[in-house]
Write a protein that binds this ligand. Structure first.
Ligand code: RB5
Length: 149
């Protein structure tokens, strides 16, 4: 599985720790930036990661900003994206099993590195369960289509 990774300045340090973690696990990724703690705008990186997923270049993504909120809101504007902002492992696992979340969003100023790496593992190891959850995800897609121009 190839991951798309992105962050703003508020998520840069946590992104660095996550990339080291992925390297140790041998998980392939593409880093869409940002590449320093210099101030930048989280929607730019949310869009790059989201596009890589909807165009098929990457299968899933991880995005990080200060809170995880702004970058997840931005990513969820791209049709086909289901970005889940998680602060615990149970939610990260459920976001895959129930919601087929194709992006995990984290907040560097909210979640410590140790827990964040456990959340990443929980998210990456869980699979979508389909069944009744597929019906609900399909309804999300229908809402998206209804309000897309
Ligand atoms: C940047 O200061 C901060 O607003 C951003 O990283 C994020 O927390 C927004 O939701």
């Amino acid at each position: 599985m190839k991951l798309a990774i992105g962050c703003d300045h508020g998520g840069y340090n946590l992104k660095t720790a996550i990339l080291e973690h992925l390297d140790k696990k041998g998980i392939e990724y593409k880093d869409f930036g940002c590449y320093s703690t210099e101030s930048c705008d989280y929607p730019d990186f949310a869009e790059k990661v989201a596009e890589a997923i909807v165009n098929g270049e990457c299968e899933r993504g991880i995005i990080i900003c200060g809170t995880g909120i702004g970058i997840s809101i931005a990513a969820n504007k791209v049709p086909g994206i289901r970005a889940a902002h998680c602060t615990d492992t149970f939610s990260a696992k459920a976001s895959r099993q129930h919601n087929d979340a194709n992006i995990l969003a984290l907040g560097e100023r909210i979640t410590g590195v140790g827990l964040a790496l456990d959340i990443v593992d929980a998210y990456l190891e869980a699979e979508f369960e389909g069944g009744r959850h597929q019906r609900r995800v399909d309804k999300i897609t229908e809402i998206e289509k209804k309000y897309s121009k």
